[in-house]
Design a protein around this ligand. Structure first.
Ligand SMILES: [Zn+2]
Length: 366
């Protein structure tokens, strides 16, 4: 590679695409504190925004996904009114735009926001209004961003078909697809076939959290039974790859299929380190999967709980693996090609925003 090493400043200014980010995992600490004061919620450990940010991150590193998910109790408790949902969505869009993200698909599970009696439609509508506000604010700052919504169903609950139907009802109002989230072990994706088949029959889009903490059977079911177009995480596909003594690699049938079909992997390295699914960024399989030319994309998962941005995540990987601007563009184009944005708009994004953005940064270095 001839292109220079990446600085954080360059990374921030480069156009980026984010496919895997949770709305309830990226709330501003200052906003949580404001919501807690307004609503009389006494669960937060501190009312200092910096301390709270540190608390979320310090609390995150653990050894299993179930423990990590407990950190969401606070954010979800404080996202129960229309105003709260709208403000969090608006701030999310603006925060991502300020980080140089030009297109994002943010996911959340409407069923988790009904504690104050909101209907699913009211919840989703509030979030979509918030994104519109955030996109308008970002455009006013000269940082245009497109934000779309993925509706997540929870794998441990029995409402996934209802959530799939909700997602399809809002497909022309900013919802671009459906997902399932939650603990993998004991909750295989095939328990939710009715929801996935509904999405397929409606010609709608589907990504599935699979192959994060749990291995190949979960990935195989997601692709071959559920029709997943993308894999949320998918990192355990490395269990189907053998490295020989001479450094060459052999792909098993499933890994071969996923690579051949260009099924996008929504990889989230820091999140995997925090949940114990990977020992460190340097040892994370993203670099092997990138070198083997899987359709790798880089994502944040939960910016608050991991104390990251998409830019900091690119910087961490650039440090660990020596990624260049060319590598970053490849990963960004992978993500852009893998969006659930209509194809003509995807092409437009690539040709009028992403490629010129990287070219401008390359020209600066000459
Ligand atoms: Zn996730």
């Amino acid at each position: 590679m001839t292109s220079p090493r990446l600085s954080l400043d360059t990374i921030r200014r480069a156009p980026k695409v984010l496919l895997h980010d949770h709305l309830d995992g990226g709330v501003r600490p200052s906003t949580l504190i404001a919501f807690a004061a307004e609503s009389g919620y006494h669960g937060l450990p501190t009312s200092d925004p910096d301390d709270l940010a540190r608390w979320f991150v310090a609390d995150a590193p653990g050894s299993d996904l179930v423990r990590y998910l407990e950190g969401f109790a606070h954010t979800i408790a404080l996202m129960q009114t229309k105003d709260q949902l709208e403000r969090v969505a608006a701030e999310t869009a603006l925060d991502l735009a300020r980080d140089g993200v030009v297109y994002a698909e943010i996911r959340f599970a409407p069923e988790l926001h009904q504690e104050e009696g909101l209907s699913l439609e009211e919840i989703l509508a509030a979030v979509l209004v918030g994104y519109d506000v955030g996109m308008a604010n970002a455009a006013a700052e000269g940082r245009p961003i497109v934000v779309r919504t993925l509706v997540s169903g929870m794998r441990q609950a029995n409402r996934t078909l209802e959530m799939a139907e909700l997602a399809v009802r809002f497909r022309d109002q900013g919802v671009c697809g459906f997902d399932i989230a939650g603990p993998e072990d004991g909750f295989p994706p095939t328990k939710h076939l009715d929801a996935f088949h509904f999405i397929q029959r409606k010609n709608f889009h589907l990504t599935v959290h699979a192959g994060e903490a749990f291995g190949l059977p979960s990935l195989w079911e997601a692709v071959q039974f559920c029709g997943a177009e993308r894999l949320g995480h998918g990192v355990r596909i490395v269990d189907d790859i053998v490295t020989n003594d001479d450094g060459s690699h052999e792909l098993g049938r499933l890994a071969q299929f996923i690579r051949d079909r260009r099924i996008p992997l929504e990889l989230c390295p820091t999140s995997n380190v925090h949940t114990g699914a990977a020992p460190s960024i340097a040892q994370h399989p993203i670099e092997l999967l990138r070198q083997l030319k899987f359709r790798v994309t880089l994502n944040t998962d939960n910016r608050l709980m991991s104390g990251i941005t998409l830019s900091s995540e690119f910087a961490a990987c650039a440090d660990a693996f020596g990624w260049t601007l060319d590598d970053m563009q490849w990963l960004t184009l992978n993500a852009a090609k893998s969006t659930f944005f209509p194809f003509d708009q995807r092409l437009d994004l690539i040709n009028t925003v992403i490629k010129p953005g990287y070219q401008a940064l390359r020209d600066e270095g000459k």
